[in-house]
Design a protein around this ligand. Sequence first.
Ligand SMILES: Cc1cc2nc3c(=O)[nH]c(=O)nc-3n(C[C@H](O)[C@H](O)[C@H](O)COP(=O)(O)O)c2cc1C
Ligand SMILES: CC(C)CC(=O)C(=O)O
Length: 357
Amino acid sequence: MPTPDLPYLNLREMEAAAAEVLSPAALAYYAGGANDEVTLRANRDGYAALRLRPRMLVDVSAIDTSTTVLGLPLDFPVGIAPCALHGLVHPEAEVATARAAAQTGSVMALSTMSHRTIEDVAHAAPGRLWFQLYLYRDRSVSRALIRRAEAAGARALVLTVDAPVLGRREAIIRTPVRVAPGTVLPNVGPRTPGSEGLDDLSYFDTLLDPALSWADLAWLRAQTTLPIIVKGLLTAEDAALAVEHGCHVWVSNHGGRQLDTAVTALDALPEIAHAVAGRAEIYLDGGVTRGTDVLKALALGAAAVFVARPALYGLALAGEGGVRHTLDLLRDELRLAMALCGKTRIADLGPDLIWRG
Ligand SMILES: Cc1cc2nc3c(=O)[nH]c(=O)nc-3n(C[C@H](O)[C@H](O)[C@H](O)COP(=O)(O)O)c2cc1C
Ligand SMILES: CC(C)CC(=O)C(=O)O
């Protein structure tokens, strides 16, 4: 059950409550999308537009939401997507989020741009951590991060490929993000001389390699034996290439923060599932706020879904307990949605659940 001392009935109530407590800069950064935010809105609207085909007279007295991702048992198929800078809203930052993920039997993908070290976060979520990689122009720095992630027990690397340059997020152009004075982000390091005028995201952007290509994925594949998940794919063509490079596929438009008017992950999922054809695992994120959203993504071929903003809002409201509340709500809503659809196991969720008009 959701944490009893938190009054929020659903993720949207948590979002509204978080908007009241976040600083203007954190709110602009967390909530915002690119340009006109067409894709940001479509991510949510897409779930509402898909209708379910529930089956009746099925014994639903026992519902099992458990599953596995890359061999890791999950209590339910929802993880925490990588998001930068949890420390903007809570002093324990990613450590609190990781504890919540571990306690709920979930999995957390830790962003490269975190406030806390890989080791601290891994310690808070033993065996339940993936490490998200933004490849730096200086590959030796990235290589060192990979080694640290491996040593800390990360179970996979998530290479984000949809941000070779940062999208145009007008809210943070107006209200830029700056970490507290004196903070050195552990995977970013001290500022290079002359960069003091840049806000933290613009500075981070200067470290990233806009020349990243499939050849770099081959390089990365050779660097580690950990599973690699390519995050930010939206087409069958790219999903097939990722699989040919020995990787798994994370369907995402980066929460509508990169290319505005890009297709939603939910809409892209069927062609990607078809192209992958069971050769790799598929994950999805973007706009998930209800158990029925999780159900629809799984029905169309995702092995698990991930949430970013809802976790951050939970963290802002109540730290570790707030993130747990987010995850508990999604698990309970998924269980209910499965029961009302006449499905008792995750493996039973398939495209027959989706009404085709
Ligand atoms: C504040 C914020 C920071 C993010 N930082 C990262 C990041 O560091 N790395 C990354 O791969 N994706 C990042 N993302 C994108 C998320 O992983 C995810 O793809 C996206 O937000 C969609 O999920 P949502 O609709 O549940 O927020 C970030 C998203 C938000 C909102
Ligand atoms: C460090 C950033 C590029 C984080 C990010 O992916 C985002 O803000 O969406």
